[in-house]
Design a binder for this molecule. Structure first.
Ligand code: 0PR
Length: 385
């Protein structure tokens, strides 16, 4: 064990903290544009405890491997995954989407992917990285995939269809049941990107919100990506790609002769067990009931935000499907700049001429009450109100 020179340690931490103080932090309540949160306290503790583990060499850490299996079992249950399924731990939505497209390409030996304008930009990386060709469809007036247009694009060269369950910009959900029927009839791989919505939609359904089915109950769904570092309330980096058939993993496996397992699937080699332990700890602490309560309170704040915005005379791009609100503005870029000067971190979506608010669990009605006057002032300053 390396001994610590206390004087040096103090100096280094003084420097680190001086940099950290420049960062925005979730606890301030002023970050309204991020899909991440301050991790649950339980996650923080578990993360530190598992810092030295490497799930890339599972024989060295059979205990952590077991945690990973139990965590995947939780996700399987949440998404109604069949017994034939398997989960692949990934670093987040981007790696989940890459891994899904890698499987689709390997299984089909085809290259074209149907998606719509609301797909996350990670699919552009995928197209470039894997030499795949995206067919991007314009959205319906509800900001979801247009099924009629989608059907017209189906042909022999299609490797996969992407359905978004909780879009990055507006939180909308593509018509996954219809996509599932079509893909199942046509034998096309259907990947559902639920990086954000995976920890929201199951609970919205329980809370009687009118949202479509999106998970493995639909027979055409091949893979689903779901992130713990978004609405899973855990630490970065952690997502899961749930795969309907475990044996599909063979298509993205290579022999790994000099480590403890014969084959390794997926993109990463060495990978930390810390975010897995953290995410598992949070699922155990909150359980389905805890997540449901969290989603319920996020939606209460979302509905309150909608009301306050409308009182201000602003309109929303669309009635929020989940805890994401798009506020229509003529000059979103200028408003974001003004809000930033007032200490608020909000994102603009130029394409939709709006700003996007993500009402994560740390955002309370009291914070919204502080935000609304700042937004009003910003709007007045740029002549929007
Ligand atoms: N799929 C969807 C639907 C997403 O919204 C995102 C990320 C991804 C995939 C990719 O996930 P990773 O970034 O985990 O690889 N959406 C957020 C966004 O682009 C990511 C984010 C999160 C950005 C927090 C900023 C931030 O502060 O807005």
């Amino acid at each position: 064990m390396a001994s610590i020179n206390k004087k040096k340690e103090k100096k280094i931490f003084k420097e680190l903290v001086s940099f950290q103080q420049r960062d925005f932090c979730f606890s301030s309540g002023h970050i309204l544009g991020s899909m991440c949160t301050q991790p649950h306290p339980i996650a923080r503790e578990a993360y530190i405890q598992f810092l030295e583990t490497n799930l890339g060499d599972p024989e060295l850490c059979p205990g952590t491997k077991e945690i990973e299996s139990r965590f995947i079992a939780f996700i399987s249950k949440l998404l109604h995954a069949p017994k034939t399924s398997e989960g692949q731990i990934v670093s987040g939505g981007t790696e989940g989407n890459i891994t899904a497209m890698w499987i689709a390409k390997q299984l089909s030996r085809k290259k074209e992917v149907i998606l719509s304008e609301n797909a996350h930009f990670s699919f552009q990386k995928i197209a470039s990285l894997m030499n795949m060709k995206p067919i991007e469809l314009p959205l319906t007036s509800e900001y979801i995939m247009d099924i009629t247009k989608m059907k017209k694009e189906i042909h022999k060269g299609i490797a996969a269809v992407i359905g978004i369950a909780g879009s990055t910009e507006l939180g909308t959900i593509d018509p996954i049941p219809e996509l599932s029927d079509i893909c199942s009839d046509e034998h096309i791989f259907l990947h559902v990107d639920a990086a954000f919505g995976g920890f929201v939609i199951p609970f919205l359904r329980e809370l009687h919100y009118n949202v479509p089915q999106f998970d493995f109950k639909l027979k055409g769904v091949s893979t689903i990506s779901i992130d713990s570092h978004k609405m899973g309330y855990s630490a970065i980096p952690l997502g899961t790609l749930m795969i309907r058939q475990k044996h599909w993993l063979e298509s993205i496996s290579v022999e790994s002769p000099y480590i403890s397992c014969e084959k390794q699937a997926g993109i990463l080699g060495t990978r930390s067990g810390a975010p897995v332990a953290a995410a598992y700890a949070v699922t155990q602490y909150l359980g389905f009931q805890g997540y449901k309560s969290m989603v319920e309170s996020c939606m209460n704040v979302t509905n309150y935000t909608k009301k306050r915005l409308e009182e201000l005379g602003l309109s929303l791009v669309i009635r929020p499907t989940m805890n994401i609100v798009g506020v229509k503005l003529k000059k979103p870029g200028q408003i974001v700049k003004k809000l930033s000067e007032k200490g608020w971190r909000v994102n603009k979506v130029e394409r939709l001429s709006c700003i996007r608010l993500v009402l994560m669990s740390q955002i309370t009605k009291k914070i919204i009450d502080e935000f609304i006057p700042s937004l009003k002032k910003a709007c007045e300053e740029v002549g929007e109100l």
